[in-house]
Design a binder for this molecule. Structure first.
Ligand code: KIV
Length: 266
């Protein structure tokens, strides 16, 4: 770990001093190096690789071996950013299986923290991982691994009851020991409330400007993803002209609170 490497306590300190946390996905060493040099705080090796690398319609195709392989590639390119890797679909059916699989992401993949989707139904798993010294990031709101239950990629937590459940889930994950939380596609007012209620940093994607940090899928913010661009995505490459400048523009826009704007929020 280099002297200025981002750490989990360092992320908490950023929240405490009101400094926005910049997160972006990457899946290989070359992009990891560009992100690292641009000052991205956390690189997420997301199971979004099922879509943007493997060309599938959902994230469900990403296997643990894929996640380990891409984490290892990213780890070779990064020396400053904290590496967060997704536990993919069906890799955490029990606390013990979750711990074995998370250990592979850490030991073989070089990840420093793992992310899993879900709220109160996952607190036993989170607690067990934390007891085994595996740092955990929660993920609430739109859960891509539950896409067939949800029936589509829609905004979550719009109704009062769903918003209250999400807030309670966030507090339960924190209480179970999660050190970071990703909130995906929820109304900006709800994301603000959750970010204020939690001591741990909350990273938004499609969750408005008042989270403690922001994450986007790399291919989305470079305008490379197929299909209709979601409201919460901005194409930074078309303005910046080259990839390193686009990443630097994203870092500056998140740090400065210019991204996401109203037009990117729900
Ligand atoms: O897999 C991923 O890239 C993610 C982000 C959308 C947060 O989980």
């Amino acid at each position: 770990m280099s002297e200025q490497a981002v750490t989990i306590p360092g992320l908490a300190a950023m929240k405490a001093r009101g400094q926005k946390i910049v997160v972006l996905t990457a899946y290989d060493a070359s992009f990891a190096r560009v992100l690292d040099e641009a000052g991205v705080d956390v690189i997420l090796i997301g199971d979004s690789l099922g879509m943007v690398i493997q060309g599938q319609q959902t994230t469900l195709s990403a296997a643990l071996d894929d996640m380990v392989y891409h984490s290892r590639c990213v780890a070779r390119g990064a020396s400053h950013a904290l590496l967060l890797a997704d536990l993919p679909f069906m890799s955490y059916p029990s606390p013990e299986r979750a711990a074995e699989n998370a250990a592979r992401l850490i030991r073989e993949g070089g990840a420093q923290m793992v992310k899993l989707e879900g709220g109160r139904c996952r607190t036993d798993i989170v607690r067990f991982l934390v007891s085994q010294n595996i740092p955990v990031c929660g993920h609430l709101g739109l859960l891509p691994q539950s896409i067939h239950h949800l029936g589509g990629y829609s905004v979550q937590g719009r109704e009062a009851h769903a918003a209250q459940t999400l807030l309670e889930d966030a507090l339960l994950l924190q209480e179970a020991g999660a050190r970071l939380l990703v909130l995906e596609c929820v109304p900006a007012t709800l994301a603000e409330e959750v970010s204020r209620a939690l001591e741990i940093p909350v990273i938004g994607i499609g969750a408005g400007p008042d989270c403690d940090g922001q994450v986007l899928v790399l291919h989305d913010m470079l305008g490379l993803s197929s299909g209709k661009r979601p409201r919460f995505v901005k194409d930074f490459l078309s303005e910046a002209g080259d990839i390193p400048s686009a990443i630097r523009a994203y870092v500056a826009a998140v740090r400065g609170g210019q991204f996401p704007a109203q037009e990117h929020s729900f």
